[in-house]
Design a protein around this ligand. Structure first.
Ligand SMILES: *Cc1c(COP(=O)(O)O)cnc(C)c1O
Length: 501
């Protein structure tokens, strides 16, 4: 299995090159040249194994230049009961009452309580093996700019992984107190964290500048190191997400909720379009998915795109209570466009150029027709997000976070509009305790306590649910990183961390 670039069909790389490199030289994203196809019998066979078995089969079919042993090692190291609380890292909660039937796929049982762990726990294993194959013996230096969840998940994934160092930059006033504490207390001998005086875009631009700074690259090379990226356009982050859609289907069959071959819908709270795109790959591999329901918060650029065929990022940016979806340019959408145009790289490159030059593009009639057939787009503001959390808790005794609530709300809109009763999987992307303030506000009438940890305790007392261990232990964890720098000091911070001058 080889990979092309979404912007140049003549680019052909192996899986390990795609993962080690992250992004193609002309700016395109790596996409598989063809997809493995699973028959119903093969899906039923997957249902006979556990999550790790399912993951090994799927990774094996995509990672052409990895040995079976390398894949087994990676999967066995990533998805342990120790890290995910049980042998199934992606369990389903059935939220059912009368005609309402939702299968809530909980993707947040990992070490940082958000779904990014599903990919970032295995990426370091795939990446170190990829770097070894492509740039033998070099140490990978991972730089991350984060608005909260990715940074912590990347730190947890890469901590103490041999052959890697990781440094995370976050905007000093742009993350929640809980997220700040999660990062400031990070353990590990190869990790470093810095706040920057600026917003998320400043952090992201600063990191990109370091990546492309020839002098710094040379300094790294002199010390047998190279930069690598853990961001959500890396194929090594997308592939692990395909697994849990197959796994959810298997679990639904095993629980007798569906029969083999029955269609399902998937509902995904969407930001950068990685999670929902993984389900699109699963469908193209043979998983019977009927509709992709794409849920956005007030930053509803994708809702408009799916409804009109025009992607327009020239609009107000809203800061919402589902911050991991506060995004106006959904990078992974580029891969969907590539597949919906049957691999027309020139066309994709043109739309992406229009997006960066004019801030918008409009897809052609064929692509629009395929979007209409496969996708439903909807959005939900903060007020309705909290109303949904409250309703789900009162009527179904199920507590969900703000991102998941956006998905549930949009799913309800979809059912009202279409009457579609197909079994539906809701991707639940974070623990409610990660966004304790907004969740507590939604389910409690009492005055809010002042600090974040008191809110966590109040949420637990109010709902009788347990605080996830990784969040509970933060209160007494030692603070290791308090460093703040200016944006133009970021290169120096990186060199200091690597102890090279
Ligand atoms: C990252 C994130 C999302 C958005 O996922 P994408 O793959 O970027 O669409 C949704 N919810 C939470 C909690 C996240 O951390």
């Amino acid at each position: 299995m080889k990979y092309n670039s979404t912007r140049n069909k003549n680019t052909v790389v192996t899986a390990s090159q795609a993962i080690a490199q992250g992004i193609s030289e002309e700016g395109g994203l790596f996409v598989p040249q063809s997809l493995p196809k699973y028959s119903l019998e093969e899906i039923q066979k997957l249902a006979q194994t556990d999550y790790r078995g399912r993951a090994k089969k799927i990774f094996g079919d995509f990672l052409g230049d990895f040995t079976e042993q390398e894949i087994n090692e990676s999967v066995d190291a990533a998805y342990t009961a120790d890290k995910f609380g049980s042998d199934n890292p992606a369990p389903i909660s059935y939220v059912e009452n009368g005609s309402c039937k939702m299968a809530v796929l909980e993707l947040w049982h990992g070490p940082t309580c958000a779904f990014k762990d599903m990919a970032l726990q295995i990426l370091p294993h795939l990446l170190t093996k990829s770097v070894k194959k492509t740039y033998n013996g070099k140490e990978a230096v991972i730089l991350v700019a984060t608005s909260g969840d990715t940074g912590k998940a990347a730190l947890e994934g890469f901590k103490d992984v041999d052959g890697t160092k990781i440094m995370v930059f976050y905007p000093v006033n742009g993350v929640s107190p809980m997220q700040k504490r999660q990062m400031a207390t990070q353990k590990g001998n190869n990790v470093s964290v810095a706040a920057i005086e600026g917003n998320f875009d400043d952090a992201q631009t600063g990191v990109k500048k370091i990546f492309t700074n020839a002098a710094i690259k040379q300094q790294l090379s002199d010390h047998n190191m190279l930069f690598s990226s853990a961001n959500s356009i890396n194929w090594g982050r997308l592939l692990p997400q395909v697994v849990y859609y197959f796994s959810a289907y298997c679990d639904l069959m095993n629980a007798g909720k569906i029969q083999a071959g029955d269609p399902i819908n998937v509902v995904v709270p969407t930001g950068n379009f990685g999670n929902i795109l993984a389900s699109f790959y699963a469908m193209n591999m043979g998983l019977p998915i009927k509709k992709f329901i794409c849920a956005s918060n007030s930053n509803n650029v994708l809702t408009d795109f799916i409804r009109t065929g025009t992607y327009d990022r020239k609009r107000t940016f809203y800061t919402t209570i589902s911050p991991s979806m506060d995004i106006l340019v959904s990078s992974n959408l580029e891969r969907l466009l590539y597949h919906l145009t049957d691999g027309n790289a020139e066309q994709v490159a043109q739309w992406m150029n229009e997006l960066s030059a004019q801030g918008s593009y409009t897809v052609n009639a064929e692509v629009k027709a395929r979007l209409d057939e496969l996708f439903y787009g909807g959005c939900c503001d903060d007020e309705n997000t909290q109303a949904t959390i409250s309703k789900l808790y009162r009527e179904y005794n199920y507590l969900c976070d703000t991102h998941t609530a956006v998905a549930v709300n949009v799913y309800e809109q979809y059912v009202r509009e279409t009457g579609d009763q197909t079994a539906s999987v809701i991707a639940s992307t974070a623990s409610p305790y990660k966004f304790a303030k907004s969740v507590l506000e939604a389910v409690s009438d009492k005055a809010l306590p002042a600090d974040e940890f008191a809110m966590v305790d109040a949420l637990s007392a109010q709902t009788g649910t347990e605080v996830p261990a990784p969040l509970a232990s933060l209160k007494d964890a030692e603070v290791r990183f308090t460093f703040t720098c200016q944006v133009d000091e970021m290169p120096k911070a990186v060199l200091d961390m690597l102890s090279i001058r």
